[in-house]
Design a binder for this molecule. Sequence first.
Ligand code: GTP
Ligand code: MG
Length: 298
Amino acid sequence: MNRKSGFVALLGRPNVGKSTLMNRILGAKVAIVTPKPQTTRDRIAGIYTEDRGQIVFLDSPGIHKPHRALNAFMVRTAQRIGEESDIVAHLVDDREAGRGGEDALVRGVLSSLSVPRLLVVNKTDRMGAAAAEARRADLAKERFYAESFLVSAVKGDGVDAFLSALFRMLPEGPAYYPEEDLTDLPMRFIAKEVIREKLFRELEEELPYSVAVLIGEYKEEPGKGLVRIRAEVCVERESQKGIVIGKGGGILKKVGTAARLELEKETGCRVYLELFVKVVKEWSRDKNMLRRLGYESG
Ligand SMILES: Nc1nc2c(ncn2[C@@H]2O[C@H](COP(=O)(O)OP(=O)(O)OP(=O)(O)O)[C@@H](O)[C@H]2O)c(=O)[nH]1
Ligand SMILES: [Mg+2]
């Protein structure tokens, strides 16, 4: 049998489990995951290669009402990811209507695409079989989707059936990436994301949404089995700085330790990680600042 290949977008509202599903399929952590919505901000490619061929999964920012320039960038990124894909998987979970008409926004993006759409109802472990099936049947009844699936990204249920359908639908074609690759993202980017994940998990309320990470230095010293990373944690206001640093530097220390341990595992090296907090006034509303922080979309 000839091998299949193609790009599959994972689209949907924030927090439905797009990144978790991609990591589950890859059997590795490529995308960061947190319990908070709007965790993913960029196009995150996850490369899955096996006997049947190669699928490049494109994890995307959750589609939501864009209040700030950062959010507009995120939604634009999701739209573009849909446009560069051969198949779009629309993930939903057990929550019905989204805040600010998110369901309608997702529907708008999906309608604008000409590729096959698949419905993936995720978090079946939490929903229970009957409720999950009811949700699937309800959403699938209009024939908006070519096929529909029930999965639990956390437990792995239903993921094989989803994968088999993708391989069935994709055309024959060559692998786009070497088969041992898991992503096209450089370690420098991964480091930024890992630090951001720890900040997202540690901070509350609006703070996660006011934080960006800029890697100032990423230096490998293979002779010493060492990686030196210097990163700036950018917040939007002076008042946020103290909260991110925490009493006696406690929060920043906790974030730094958690990020360092994960990056040591990832790189197989010792990691020296230095974090600094810096105020970049209202960066999330400023297009030029966004570009400087790596959120660029032409
Ligand atoms: N119970 C359960 N929880 C899940 C499942 N999949 C994801 N989650 C949880 O849902 C939350 C959001 O998961 P993510 O993978 O970050 O969701 P996302 O769609 O990538 O979110 P954004 O990047 O914010 O758009 C996390 O707390 C996950 O652990 C699942 O199958 N079952
Ligand atoms: Mg995500």
